[in-house]
Ligand binder design. Structure first.
Ligand code: BTN
Length: 233
């Protein structure tokens, strides 16, 4: 009998739902370290210390956002991009992905994705927050220009999760070529101004390794997710 961890299979089984937790990514991480199988899902109605990318926090009102984290086993080099595509599919044909994986509707962020874990040990935690049923007044004034909602009712949270698990299953098992091609079709930064700590230019697509290509005065540079912090505009 093989003792190797299963690296494929259904997503969302087993599932732990918590009314309130600090961060579903933290709970999923603990489960992963204790050997939870591929596809284990943690959801919560409310988080008290939701984590965002680059050390930011992620705040959402109770019962109005999809807050979920999956334990994934096995390596998928383009997982951050694949996850963005899966969430964009839930957002609809107009949804775009701002590299590496902010999902935008009408230029405003509707969902965020945080991939953590230990890929070298063969596991990742894929954390996703989707503003499913937030109302305008749920956003703090400073975010109203930059964040948006799917505008659904709280009853749509579970059906949205079911759709998301389906699209995730499709994209995390897709070929790299398919992920890259689909990402190029939803690339929010294409021809848009891009600024980061090391310079500025215009989005010029993504390369074969999923890096962001930026056209600058004297050519192009490729930016690696995780190493680069994009600045607004
Ligand atoms: C970002 O855009 O900065 C990423 C936000 C990721 C938020 C989700 S909510 C569920 C999961 N648990 C967390 O603590 N973070 C992710």
């Amino acid at each position: 009998m093989s003792t190797a961890a299963q690296t494929s299979g259904p997503l969302g089984v087993p599932r732990v739902h918590l009314r309130c937790t600090d961060s579903t990514n933290e709970r999923a991480r603990e489960l992963a370290l204790r050997g939870a199988p591929h596809g284990t899902l943690v959801t919560a109605s409310r988080q008290t210390a939701g984590r965002g990318r680059q050390g930011r926090s992620w705040v959402a009102p109770a019962g109005r956002a999809l807050l979920c984290s999956l334990v994934l086993r096995g390596a998928q080099r383009l997982l951050p991009l694949a996850a963005g595509l899966a969430v964009a599919d839930v957002g609809g044909p107009e949804a775009l992905v701002k590299w590496p994986n902010d999902v935008l509707l009408d230029g405003r962020k509707v969902a965020g994705i945080l991939v953590e874990g230990r890929p070298q040990e063969g596991w990742s935690v894929l954390g996703i927050g989707v503003n499913v049923a937030l109302r305008a007044e749920d956003f703090p004034p400073e975010l109203r220009e930059r964040a948006t909602t799917l505008g659904l009712s709280p009853q749509e949270l579970e059906p949205t999760l079911a759709r998301l698990l389906e699209t995730l299953q499709r994209w995390i098992t897709a070929s790299e070529a398919a992920v890259l091609e689909a990402f190029r079709g939803r690339d929010a930064l294409l021809r848009q101004p891009v600024r980061w700590s090391g310079g500025q230019g215009r989005g010029a697509g993504i390369d074969g390794d999923g890096r962001l290509v930026v056209a600058i005065d004297d050519g192009t540079v490729s930016l690696e997710a995780g190493e680069v912090h994009l600045e607004a505009g």
